[in-house]
Design a protein around this ligand. Sequence first.
Ligand SMILES: Cc1cc2nc3c(=O)[nH]c(=O)nc-3n(C[C@H](O)[C@H](O)[C@H](O)COP(=O)(O)O)c2cc1C
Length: 364
Amino acid sequence: MANTKSLFETVTLGKTTLDHRVGVSPMTRISATSEGLVTDQMGSYYTSFARGGFGLIITEGNYIDDKYSQTYFDQSGIVYDNQVQAWKKTVDAVHQEGAKIFMQLQHSGAISQGNRFVQETIAPSAVQPKGEQLAMYLGEGPFQTPREATRGEIQEVINGFVHAAKNAKSAGFDGIEIHGANGYLLDGFLTDYTNQRTDEYGGSTGNRVRLLVEVAKAIREAVGKDFTIGIRISQAKVNDYAHKWAGGEQDAEIIFGQLGQAGLDYVHVTEHKAWEPAFDTSEASLASLAKKYGNIPVIANGHLENPDKAREMIKNDEADVVTLGKGALANHDWVNKVKNGEPLAAFKPEEVLRPNAKIKEFEV
Ligand SMILES: Cc1cc2nc3c(=O)[nH]c(=O)nc-3n(C[C@H](O)[C@H](O)[C@H](O)COP(=O)(O)O)c2cc1C
């Protein structure tokens, strides 16, 4: 029987019912105060997506502790009470416009280029990250070599995610998204060449996904059943666009299979082009593999600003929800425009990003 699913119909992720299947993907702005407080300007930025018809907004990545998690100076945080209160205003404003809002929780790991709490970085192993710091976020030169996280520090990371998720819940967010993608700490654990540990967090794919599963389970236990929890997963990294999982579909089976059993409500998969084959051994996209092996709802992301492409992902049952990054930046009212058959604006980085932004840096 033909699939009759469409973009603009309600859908449920965990305990959250969305008006339709199109959301804004998480996008760092580094426009909070130096103490990590969300400003009124940021509130207007998020609210304008809701006013433009988006049903779900996932915030930029927020740091989760006062140790190693901060990734950029002027990044927003969700550690202290005043940070919770600052976010609450934005959450309330977005709700008033009728959209749902999830907070992304981020631990930088080795890919930190601005932390007001500590100078050094921690990661699964002492492996210097590939590439250079991101100019878009005002970094330059190589990344420093991180220190291998001790087992005590791994537990502190889990505790940090839990504390942050509880804070996000008390700020009124509809859910949280664990940042498990793009080379930051959790993806650092997942990735073979950055994780050279010999304990149960390293080695096999099953061991490398362990910390992601433990974080998800610990958050679920702390926030209860009534709060939506997702995780974001990618192959590519901000400092290594071409990375592919060495085990191909077998890795996908282990990774999404484990995450599907971790108490999560969805997995958010990001690829350069969401519909393209994930590996050269089959036609399957990473989103479709997440659906196949995870058995939980999937959000797909990656160049889905063309409504036909977005619709295809839903029609083909590769995803339950799609998110837009650059397409949303160029069209805060993408949803209203598409519903009304109005033309969409092209993404022009110089208009929406910092002056020294380079488009290449978003190709994750
Ligand atoms: C300015 C900017 C900031 C971003 N910051 C984040 C972030 O904080 N967390 C995250 O998971 N992805 C981040 N991304 C990646 C986007 O969420 C998205 O995956 C990427 O832009 C590809 O989707 P698109 O083709 O629809 O733009 C960022 C992208 C951009 C353009």
